[in-house]
Every structure is written in structure tokens, then in C-alpha cells.
Design a binder for this molecule. Structure first.
Ligand SMILES: *[C@@H]1O[C@H](CO)[C@@H](O)[C@H](O)[C@H]1NC(C)=O
Ligand SMILES: *[C@@H]1O[C@H](CO)[C@@H](O)[C@H](O)[C@H]1NC(C)=O
Ligand SMILES: *[C@@H]1O[C@H](CO)[C@@H](O)[C@H](O)[C@H]1NC(C)=O
Length: 405
């Protein structure tokens, strides 16, 4: 059941790709992401055009990946020469940092934060379009895709946090959406980042995934099996031919509605702008590793937050010295870390019952350090693209940040 539900997520995002890109795309999947540092990047397409300063930055992880970031140092009115509080923004799985910037400037989170006086840093996880580079590996080599979200916890997040700290000398606020919340929670529970972190905002939080709901369970369950057996250790490129073919087959399943998947899988988003959704479909989804998708599926299936399961006790023993992968114990998150959680009543991925499990694991958190917002009408995408997200969510985020000293 849980396993099936996870696959719905996979199916949705891939099916969006299928619709958006159709069958005319060639089989360039394995080399699709490999490009030089961006000249035409997210800054020029999505920030500078709105009259904001923006800097493209490359950050190297300890395991050799080169991650692209954008820094928006000040709002439209300027004033960046005064000392500003940094905020680091982390997207979810199968998208990149551009998803935050698809709405008009007065509606999207990074530009709102810049206008409110923050020094805004947008992260792009390994494998996405502008972070598809490594010091020695090429994207067509299997070793390039040999990672799951454990490596985002151990390498990507520390690299970007360290960089922001080295440039600003200040602890950063964090905003994560979806997988960006899971990797943050896992990091905090391991005691990582917390010395460079001022507070954390978790939108559509994902930690436990057992209750995802959707009508697509049957096809999705099959999808999981095929993902693991068909793709092996490789890029999981939603725009590549193997994945789109696979999806096309899924879309033929009885009862699977590939025409309204955004709704049937992420939930009934109340408040999306059709132009923004068009832009979303042009820019996303982005690649990740198959191993990452498998690890997410394990997270769903096993109902616990644990490290990647190598599939048999001997391999686990080899990697971890234990037959089972070690768990991330969320009760170990420092109890005085200021956390703001916002979740939606219509979210099919971050199901209300799973959020309740998360909140239960935080039950020893200092009461005055935990702020919880529940938005009855919101689903998964409303948190990043909702036309009213500024009024409902982002203003609360700004005021939460302004209360931290
Ligand atoms: C929807 O997006 C378009 C293009 O960015 C914008 O012109 C329009 O004002 C937006 N509509 C709403 C209701 O925000
Ligand atoms: C992937 O990484 C593991 C170590 O985490 C290593 O044992 C394995 O050989 C690697 N596989 C490839 C294809 O690079
Ligand atoms: C997690 O940590 C808490 C407190 O440190 C402990 O009571 C609990 O048993 C741990 N949970 C697991 C599953 O190990």
C-alpha cells in the first residue's frame, strides 16, 4: 500500500514529462545534463529579468560534485551593502531551484524574501540541470549516479551551508520543500548543519510516507519493480526515452488518468496559475539518480526514516556494520532549534497522517520553538506556486524569521 503510494509520486512527475515532452524527444538521456557552468542560467532567465541582482555560484561537495547556486543579495530597492540575514532555499526531488521562481516576482518566495531584506541563496541538488557536473566523473558513467538522498544529507547540504557561512559569516535560515524537508530533518537528527543554522522552515514536510493517497496505486506498484530492475545504477531522467516509454505503458493502465496527474497525484492544488503551470512543465522535471528514487521507495515501504538499504544483510553489513540500515532518529533533532512547519489538507504526497507522525517524533521539542501551520485547502504544489502563497504562507515565514534572534 505504502509502496504503491510512493510510486504515484514517481508516476506523476514522469507522466508530466511525458505529456510535456511527448515522444519526439530523442534518446539523449544519458548525457542530457552535462554542460559547462551556466552562462544562461537561473539568474538570467528568472531573476535579473525582474530587476534583481543575481549571482551564479558553483560549490564543490566533498565527493566531487559541483553544485550550482544563485545568490540574490538584495531586493529591487537595493541596499545590499548593509548586513543581511542569509536564507538558504532547497527544492524537492525531480525539480530544481527554478521552481521557486516561476510565479511573478511579487508572488514567489525568493524574490519576496529579497524584498523583505534577506540575502537569498537558492540551492540546486546534484543531478539537476545546472548541478550535473563532477570533478572526475561524467554523467554517462554509472558512478556519477551512485548516490541516494543519504548523500544529499552528508554532502550537498553541508557544502551549501558551509559556503553560505564562509561568505556571510552568519548562520542561515533554511527553507525546504518536500525532499528538501526530509534531507534537512535527517541532517539535523545527525547533528549536521545545526551549528550553521538559525532556523528551519519546512513546507509540505516529508519524513514518513506511508499514507500517501492516490487512485493510481496498482500501476504505480508495478512501476516500482520496473524502476529497480530496468534502470539499474543510472540516471533517472524523466525526459529520457527509457523513462518516457515506461510511462507511456503506465498511462495505458486501466484507471490511470495521465491527463490530470498533477491533481490526481500531488493532490487537489487549490491555487495554481495556469501560466505558471505551463512554465513548470517547460522547465521540470529534472534528473535524479535511480538509487535516490529507490531509496525514497524504501522510505515509503519500510515506514521508517533510514539509510539506503543495500537489499541484503551482507551488503548492509559491509556498508554499515549492521544487517539493517541505521535509522535517522528525528527525536535527536536539537530541541531548541526553531522550526516552522506548514502542511496542507489536500496534499497527497505529504499526507496529513504522515505529518502527524512527524509531529509526534518532535513531541519533545521545546514548545515555543515549534510553529505549526495547517492550510486546509493546500496541496503539494500550492506551497511553491500558489497565487496566494504570499498571503497565506510566505508572510508567516518572514515573520517567523524576524522573530529569531
Ligand atoms: C498568472 O501568471 C501570469 C504570468 O506570470 C501573470 O501575468 C498573472 O498576473 C498571474 N495571475 C494571477 C492571478 O496571479
Ligand atoms: C557505488 O558506491 C559504493 C560505495 O558507496 C561502492 O561500493 C560501489 O562499488 C559503487 N558503484 C559504482 C558503480 O560506482
Ligand atoms: C530515538 O531517540 C529517542 C531519544 O533519544 C529514543 O527514546 C528512541 O528510542 C529512539 N528511537 C529509535 C527507533 O531508536
Amino acid at each position: 500500500m505504502a509502496l504503491q503510494a510512493f510510486c504515484v509520486l514517481v508516476t506523476m512527475i514522469m507522466a508530466i514529462a511525458h505529456q510535456a515532452y511527448g515522444s519526439s524527444r530523442g534518446s539523449v538521456g544519458l548525457v542530457s545534463g552535462f554542460i559547462d557552468p551556466p552562462i544562461v542560467g537561473i539568474c538570467s532567465t528568472s531573476v535579473i529579468i525582474h530587476g534583481y541582482k543575481c549571482q551564479e555560484i558553483d560549490v564543490k561537495t566533498q565527493d566531487g560534485f559541483i553544485l550550482n547556486m544563485q545568490r540574490i543579495p538584495e531586493g529591487r530597492a537595493g541596499g545590499g551593502d548593509t548586513k543581511r540575514q542569509p536564507v538558504l532555499i532547497q527544492h524537492g526531488v525531480l525539480v530544481d531551484g527554478m521552481t521557486w521562481l516561476l510565479n511573478p516576482p511579487e508572488q514567489n518566495l525568493p524574490l519576496i524574501l529579497a524584498d523583505k531584506g534577506f540575502d537569498v541563496w537558492i540551492a540546486n541538488a546534484r543531478g539537476t540541470r545546472y548541478s550535473c557536473r563532477h570533478t572526475s566523473l561524467q554523467p554517462y558513467e554509472p558512478g556519477f549516479w551512485n548516490w541516494s538522498w543519504d548523500e544529499l544529507v552528508v554532502f550537498d547540504l553541508p557544502a551549501v551551508f558551509d559556503y553560505v557561512y564562509s561568505q556571510t559569516g552568519q548562520k542561515a535560515h533554511y527553507v525546504g520543500h518536500s525532499l528538501g524537508t526530509l534531507i534537512a530533518l535527517a541532517s539535523f537528527s545527525e547533528g549536521l548543519l545545526v551549528d550553521k543554522l538559525k532556523s528551519a522552515v519546512l513546507l509540505s514536510p516529508i519524513a514518513y510516507l506511508g499514507h500517501m493517497n492516490s487512485a493510481l496505486d496498482v500501476a504505480a506498484a508495478k512501476a516500482f519493480v520496473e524502476i529497480t530492475t530496468l534502470f539499474g545504477m543510472a540516471e533517472f531522467n524523466p525526459k529520457g526515452e527509457p523513462v518516457t516509454n515506461f510511462l507511456r505503458a503506465l498511462c495505458d493502465y486501466p484507471g490511470v488518468d495521465c491527463y490530470d496527474l498533477l491533481t490526481s497525484i500531488s493532490g487537489k492544488n487549490c491555487c495554481l496559475n495556469a501560466s505558471t503551470v505551463d512554465l513548470f512543465l517547460k522547465n521540470e522535471p529534472q534528473s535524479t539518480s535511480t538509487k535516490n528514487m529507490v531509496h525514497l521507495a524504501q522510505t515509503v515501504r519500510d515506514g521508517v526514516l533510514a539509510k539506503y538499504n543495500y537489499g541484503n544483510p551482507d551488503f548492509n553489513m559491509m556498508h554499515y556494520g549492521e544487517a539493517k540500515p541505521p535509522i535517522y532518529n528525528l527525536s535527536n533533532i536539537p530541541h531548541d532549534l526553531p522550526i516552522f512547519i506548514s502542511y496542507g489538507g489536500q496534499d497527497a504526497l505529504s499526507d496529513v497522517r504522515d505529518v502527524e507522525l512527524l509531529l509526534d517524533s518532535l513531541k519533545f521539542h521545546d514548545v515555543d520553538k515549534l510553529t505549526i501551520q495547517y492550510i486546509k485547502d493546500y496541496a503539494h504544489a500550492d506551497f511553491i506556486m500558489g497565487v496566494n502563497a504570499k498571503d497565506i504562507v510566505y508572510n508567516q515565514v518572514v515573520s517567523f524569521f524576524n522573530h529569531q534572534h
